[in-house]
Design a protein around this ligand. Structure first.
Ligand code: HEM
Length: 496
């Protein structure tokens, strides 16, 4: 009798779970057949985007992929992007968090859409990303761009560099990181602090990358903890905190007034108990990690495209010569008079958005998109790279042709759903305008001061990509830089 009762109850529980599962997944978008417990993990290529493109060709522009036990919906047309990021934005603005580094969600990037999130977003928008504060920090960006040019000139003059190509990302990484650190903490990192920051970020990518696949399969999560032991994870967190104390907070007992930049504002709020220490650290870390590489990789791709296609480089230089001349360095106030340079930035963002799948969104309730159900809890990716290359939106989409943007005014900051490098809607990148200014300024300075060419004429540039959330060049771009006349008048610029 007891046995009969146990087996009856077990059968009822299993049947209920199966019925619930069937109901939960009814009407979801089509996709490759998942395997029990594994989902489609075994079919995913290291570049997830490549698998998503193949599956979209078979199943259509909205697909379901099971990443382990996590249902993931991928949309890859402008119309569907509009539905996700505009019409259903409210229900699809939570974040999907997997890696252990992102788990708490007390920061801005990984927080769910909640009152806490709204408070942080408002704070960041007012203090660092408003048009007024972007304007206030203009001379700081110009100073950093000038330092970049001087550092390239210095390297070109050094004996062991003569005739050798430069590794372009070295200069781009530095100019972007220095600009963000001045904005955040009012100073550049010491060289050792900068190196340590890069090394921590690399380690973090490794830590969040190596276990992630297993993090998706609930019965394999222990493998993730085995690959990255809790001890290793904790020691990484300690290292990060130590770096924070040294590079950002200096000493724990330093008074709030002694700090500079955005950090001071955060510390005042912490003193008033309006923000926790974890949130303060999280916010600062967000700005460095979300801002530094994303901006530098787009410029690196643009430079590679212009070395491949020297005519584009020549047109930009002609424009710079006629608008700015060769007696002074280009500044941000020249940007409105440099339409072709602006088009180059947009074209680089169209073909090479730094985050091809944006950041993962999550459904806070069940919604319908494109006639399909997106159940509560599902992750949602918008494949912005594919949208930027969709022949329905663009003529010869794979060609680097900046002049396409001369023909019509195109917004790239979230209003035109054919080009969404910064996302759109509630979670749109808050730094879109700041990075547009910075990218245009840095690119303009690089092209006004130097002509860039391939170290081995005629050799193909490796345009392959690294897998991962951030789409950087697999082979760092190397190029020869020949100084142009304006470099004769360059001297360091100091802040007033
Ligand atoms: C070319 C440069 C950049 C690109 C292409 C880019 C792109 C993006 C994208 C696609 C998102 C996610 C949008 C979404 O989930 O819907 C995002 C979010 C974010 N970005 Fe950027 N970004 C860039 C530069 C920066 C910079 C310079 C900073 C800071 C200094 C920054 C800070 C952030 C933050 C804090 C978020 C999270 C916003 C939120 O979740 O509400 N980004 N960015």
């Amino acid at each position: 009798m007891v046995l009969f009762l146990i087996s009856a109850i077990t059968t009822i529980i299993i049947a209920t779970i199966m019925l619930y599962q069937r109901w939960w997944t009814s009407n979801i978008p089509p996709g490759p057949k998942p395997r029990f417990l594994l989902g489609n993990l075994h079919q995913l290529k290291p570049h997830w985007t490549h698998s998503f493109i193949e599956w979209s060709q078979t199943y259509g522009p909205i697909i379901s992929v099971w990443i382990g036990s996590q249902l993931t919906i991928i949309v890859s047309t402008s119309d569907l992007a509009k539905q996700v990021l505009r019409d259903k934005d409210h229900q699809l603005s939570n974040r999907h968090r997997i890696a252990r580094m992102t788990q708490s969600g007390n920061d801005l990037v990984w927080s769910d859409y909640s009152p806490h999130y709204v408070k942080l977003r408002k704070l960041c928008t007012l203090e660092i990303f408003s048009l007024k504060s972007i304007e206030n920090f203009r001379s700081l960006r110009e100073m950093e761009a000038r330092s970049m040019v001087m550092s390239i000139l210095k390297d070109l003059k050094s004996d062991d560099q003569t005739g050798k190509p430069l590794v372009v990302r070295k200069y781009l990484g530095a100019v972007v990181l220095n600009t963000i650190s001045r904005l955040m903490i009012g100073k550049e990192f010491e060289s050792e602090e900068g190196k340590e920051f890069k090394s921590i970020v690399e380690k973090e990518h490794l830590l969040s990358g190596s276990g992630t696949v297993f993090d998706h399969v609930w019965w394999l999560k222990w493998v993730s903890s085995w690959i990255i032991s809790d001890k290793e994870f904790l020691s990484h967190k300690d290292r990060r905190t130590k770096w924070f104390r040294g590079a950002i907070m200096e000493e724990e007992d330093v008074a709030v007034e002694d700090h500079a930049g955005f950090v001071r504002k955060l510390l005042v709020l912490k003193e008033k108990n309006e923000l926790s220490e974890e949130t303060v650290h999280g916010l600062i870390w967000n700005m460095f990690t979300a801002g530094a590489d994303t901006t530098a990789v787009v410029i690196e791709w643009a430079m590679a495209e212009m070395i491949k296609c020297p005519i584009v480089q020549e047109i930009v230089q002609q424009e710079l010569d006629s608008v700015v001349g060769s007696e002074r360095l280009m500044t941000e106030s020249d940007i409105p008079k440099l339409p072709y340079l602006q088009c180059v930035v947009k074209e680089a963002l169209r073909l090479h958005p730094s985050t091809p799948l944006m950041l993962p969104h999550k459904a806070s309730e069940t919604v319908w998109v494109g006639g399909y159900k997106i159940p509560k809890g599902a992750s949602v990716y918008v494949h912005v790279k594919e949208i930027g290359r969709d022949p329905a939106n663009w003529i010869n989409p794979l060609e680097f042709r900046p002049e396409r943007f001369l023909l019509e005014e195109t917004d790239v900051k979230g209003r035109d759903y054919r080009i969404l490098p910064f996302g759109s809607g509630r979670r749109v990148c808050p730094a879109a305008q700041l990075s547009m200014n910075l990218m245009t300024l840095v690119m303009g300075n690089m092209l006004q001061c130097f002509s860039w060419s391939s170290p081995i004429p005629g050799e193909r540039i490796d345009m392959s990509e690294n897998p991962g959330l951030l789409c950087s060049m697999r082979t760092p771009l190397q190029a020869l830089a020949s100084p142009r006349p304006v470099t004769r008048v360059i001297t360091p610029l100091t802040l007033d």
